[in-house]
Design a protein around this ligand. Structure first.
Ligand SMILES: [Zn+2]
Length: 126
């Protein structure tokens, strides 16, 4: 297999940077979250990659607690009005929930390649 010509790259080194999980050189993204069909450098077919809702799930999990904490502190602790709190909270949501999506998706795609994860198949089916 052609994969054997490349040393295995840890998903945490190539994934968050959006680099190809096989060669570590080419970019896997053609837009903010859309994946290319194949790597420009080594030609790895990226259609195997399906992170689905994975990035959104992990980012929501990690972002909801600090943002909710800050909003509750602003309303209950500082006593800011709801309007001012909303003006502060919306940019916080953008920073905490949208920006990490791309590195998390890159990490999940690289992990999928690294661990050769794919859809489960039953032995007794053709
Ligand atoms: Zn590549």
């Amino acid at each position: 297999m052609k994969d054997d010509q490349y040393p295995p790259l840890p998903p945490m080194t190539v994934g968050p940077a959006g680099k190809c999980p096989r060669c570590g050189q080419g970019s896997i993204f053609k837009s903010f979250l859309k994946l290319k069909d194949r790597c420009d450098v080594c030609g790895l077919d990226l259609t195997f990659a399906d992170a689905a809702d994975g990035p959104a799930f992990f980012v929501m999990l990690a972002a909801s607690v600090p943002v909710l904490g800050i909003v509750l502190w602003l309303v209950l602790g500082v006593g800011l009005s709801y309007w001012l709190t909303a003006l502060i909270a919306v940019p916080l949501v953008i920073v905490f929930a949208i920006l990490p999506l791309r590195p998390v998706k890159g990490w999940l795609v690289a992990s999928q390649y690294f661990h050769k994860a794919q859809e489960g198949k039953l032995d007794n089916q053709e």
